[in-house]
Design a protein around this ligand. Structure first.
Ligand code: NAD
Length: 497
């Protein structure tokens, strides 16, 4: 295995693309402005990225509209579009080390996680949707013999995608791959905290044979480039992953502009319920720990509420603390031994530490962690943190922290566990741990969440629709249903009379 120094040497050789990617080429921002890209592990500035604003979004959308109108993508045979997307996946695979280094430097995620988790998931996503292209089928409905009626699925047009920084490439590809597979053009606005990898992906699509103008990318800030995209009259649908607060703004922008469709994948406060009949406490604790501390807790479905039946509570907490101490080693994200990287930015570190302080002031007991750790001077690290004695009204049980912070609440009855789990504005995911199949079905039926795991947490594949109930969103990523959501039906009625 290569060492930290090998990867640091490779990172120093990287050529970082900083332009907007419009019409198949890198471009400076119209106003000539840029913003800093900072490595959160060290505080060092890695790059100055072109700062897209409304004029740049106009150019990117115009490029997409031109590609849409001349049918250079949607007019290709399904197999030809499939081949381009498969070659795109091949190029991502060939460039996986480069992309992983960009991601690690930019976002602070351990390099081994990017190579071992993010990149394989990105490849599965592109390949899954590529394979779906010629599986879209319309219908012939039963009509009187004097007519023939077809239901066709057609692409929408130019779709906007606005994505977050926690899995920069993967969250972008959960949007871009089905948007393109359905035959649309796309303008992607990645998160300003981690734009490097997506900036390279847009170019790889064109290198794979994707026509210029079909996949455009504009970096920049949310209230500038993001808002301009969301307000744009030629964008027919906006697909968003990010916070609930911004999701609500986007619904407003759609109403103020062209009533574009808005697909939202937003925040979460996912409960994991541990019943006293669960058959393997160590396995359950292991997934409780991984469910909140992997990716330093910067996961939309992170298991940030642990509801534990009272008679196993103390043993659960004891094993949770012991397991956490073994599982996570904070360090340089380029070091293959590092399992806990910094948070995405110093601003986010301050935000997470403030939420921990609020948990303490509201009366929860700090059972583990709570501070910043400093394996690297200047790094935005936060310790894995556990609160006990948390009650439903506390902010650590209600608000998304988006960091390595979880809270344990003890319960007595199953009805109480369901009530606690559902007492949230969010409904992204939930889990129940039990050895009783009947109880498991009861929980699945009563938990208000788009994804429910039984005796597991975070598992899934491309066949699993992913998205939330309530204020966790109104849409689904992954699965064929995501692909179909980037199409619209057309009814064609042929009179045979
Ligand atoms: P964020 O909402 O701050 O930003 C997300 C994106 O929206 C960024 O690209 C940002 O530039 C843009 N944006 C911000 N303000 C905007 C505006 N006024 N108009 C248009 N665009 C704007 O979220 P974040 O901090 O990047 O990501 C963390 C959030 O994402 C968490 O709430 C997390 O739960 C959520 N998330 C959800 C899922 C899911 O599948 N449900 C997956 C990953 C992350």
């Amino acid at each position: 295995m290569r060492s930290r120094d090998d990867w640091a040497a490779a990172a120093s050789q990287l050529s970082v693309r900083t332009g907007l990617y419009i019409d198949g080429r890198y471009q400076s921002a119209h106003a000539g402005e840029s913003f800093e890209c900072v490595n959160p592990a060290t505080g060092a500035v890695i790059a100055h990225m072109a700062r897209g604003q409304a004029a740049d979004v106009d150019a990117a959308v115009a490029s997409g509209v031109a590609a849409w109108k001349d049918r250079r993508w949607r007019g290709l045979a399904p197999r030809a579009r499939m081949d381009v997307l498969q070659r795109f996946a091949d190029l991502v695979q060939q460039h996986s080390q480069e992309l992983a280094l960009l991601e690690t430097l930019d976002m602070g995620k351990p390099f081994s996680d990017v190579l071992g988790i993010d990149i394989p998931e990105v490849l599965k996503t592109i390949r899954y949707f590529a394979e779906c292209i010629d599986k879209i089928e319309g219908a012939v409905t039963h009509t009187d013999a004097s007519a023939l009626h077809l239901i066709l699925h057609e692409p929408l047009g130019v779709v906007g995608a606005i994505t977050p920084w926690n899995y920069p490439m993967l969250m972008a590809m959960w949007k871009v791959a089905p948007i393109l597979a359905a035959g649309n053009c796309v303008v992607l606005k990645p998160a300003e905290q981690a734009p490097l990898s997506c900036t390279r992906l847009a170019q790889l699509f064109v290198e794979a044979g994707g026509p210029p103008g079909v996949f455009n990318l504009v970096n920049g800030f949310g209230p500038e480039a993001g808002q301009a995209l969301a307000l744009h009259p030629d964008v027919i649908k906006l697909s968003f992953t990010g916070s609930t607060a911004v999701g609500k703004l986007l619904l407003g922008y759609a109403g103020q502009s062209n009533m574009k469709r808005v697909a939202l994948e937003t925040g979460g406060k996912s409960p994991q319920i541990f019943l006293n009949d669960l058959y393997d406490l160590d396995a359950a604790v292991d997934r409780a720990v991984g469910g909140i501390y992997d990716n330093a807790g910067q996961v939309c479905n992170a298991g940030s509420r642990l509801l534990v039946q009272r008679d196993i509570h103390d043993e659960f907490v004891r094993r949770f603390i012991a397991r956490s101490a073994l599982a996570y080693r904070a360090g340089d994200p380029l070091d293959p031994a590092t399992t806990l990287g910094p948070l995405v930015s110093h601003a986010h570190q301050r935000n997470v530490l403030a939420r921990i302080a609020r948990g303490i002031s509201e009366g929860a007991q700090l059972a583990m962690g709570g501070g910043s750790v400093g394996p690297l001077p200047g790094g935005a690290f936060v310790e894995p943190t556990l609160f006990t004695g948390a009650t439903a009204g506390m902010s650590i049980c209600r608000e998304e922290v988006f960091g390595p912070v979880t809270a344990v609440t003890a319960f007595d009855t199953e009805d109480e566990a369901i009530a606690l789990a559902n007492d949230s504005d969010y409904g992204l995911a939930a889990a129940v741990w039990t050895s009783d199949l009947k109880k498991a079905h009861h929980f699945v039926a009563h938990l208000e969440a788009g994804v429910v795991w039984v005796n597991s947490f975070g598992d899934g594949d491309m066949t699993q629709p992913f998205g939330g109930f309530k204020q966790s969103g109104n849409s689904r990523d992954k699965h064929m249903m995501s692909l179909l959501s980037y199409t619209q039906s057309k009814s064609a009625w042929f009179s045979l009379g």
